[in-house]
Design a protein around this ligand. Structure first.
Ligand code: IMP
Ligand code: MG
Length: 180
């Protein structure tokens, strides 16, 4: 089992599984609305997935523009939670086909917020690609259009995802199982 920062990390989805799945996702995405496509990576967690997925999009013949938005949730526990924009995109989305890319779909709040924001700004169409879907954590009626893997209800790290800023560099998705 890989040991990083003195912790055992049990791989859940390997680098090879993710690479293969990204190509399949790209093959699905190209069948959807992708004329003049603008891809928006929802930071921070999606940066590695987005980097790989947009290259898979190139491999299947798409040439999207790429943008970044940083979103953050606020409020915890019983306090009603919201989402705020930390850093916005620069592009005008009016009339365009948008693909939002995120790492994990959990409650659905982040991506529901992002999708509604794009429609309010006049996007013609908004689709969602996520690497992982934790369905049991959903709080909104919301589904992604493209899902890499169904994710069991563990806190996962790697492939861009962190716990307290650590483990983003792992080339696979895993679970911290304890001290090595
Ligand atoms: P939600 O769908 O609004 O609840 O947002 C889910 C976001 O929380 C994801 O985009 C991640 O950034 C973060 N997140 C949720 N679960 C995990 C996890 O298991 N590991 C790391 N980050 C997570
Ligand atoms: Mg995120």
């Amino acid at each position: 089992m890989p040991v990083v920062r003195g912790k055992n990390i049990e791989p859940l989805f390997t680098a090879e599984q993710i690479r293969q799945r990204n190509l399949e996702l790209a093959q699905d995405i190209i069948k959807g609305p992708c004329d003049d496509l603008l891809v928006i990576s929802v930071l921070k967690g999606s940066f590695i997935f987005a980097a790989d997925l947009i290259r898979a999009l190139h491999d299947v013949g798409l040439a999207p523009e790429v943008e970044f938005i940083t979103l953050s949730s606020y409020g915890t526990g019983t306090v009603s939670q919201g989402v705020k924009i930390i850093k916005d995109i620069d592009s005008d989305v009016k009339g365009r086909n948008i693909l939002l890319i995120d790492d994990i779909l959990e409650s659905g709040r982040t991506l529901l917020f992002a999708k509604e924001l794009m429609f309010e700004r006049g996007a013609a169409n908004v689709t969602i690609a996520v690497l992982l879907d934790k369905k049991v954590k959903r709080k909104e009626v919301f589904e992604a259009d493209y899902v890499g893997f169904e994710c069991p209800d563990y806190f996962v790290v790697g492939y861009g995802m962190d716990v307290a800023y650590a483990f983003r560099e792992l080339p696979f998705v895993g679970v911290v199982t304890g001290d090595a």
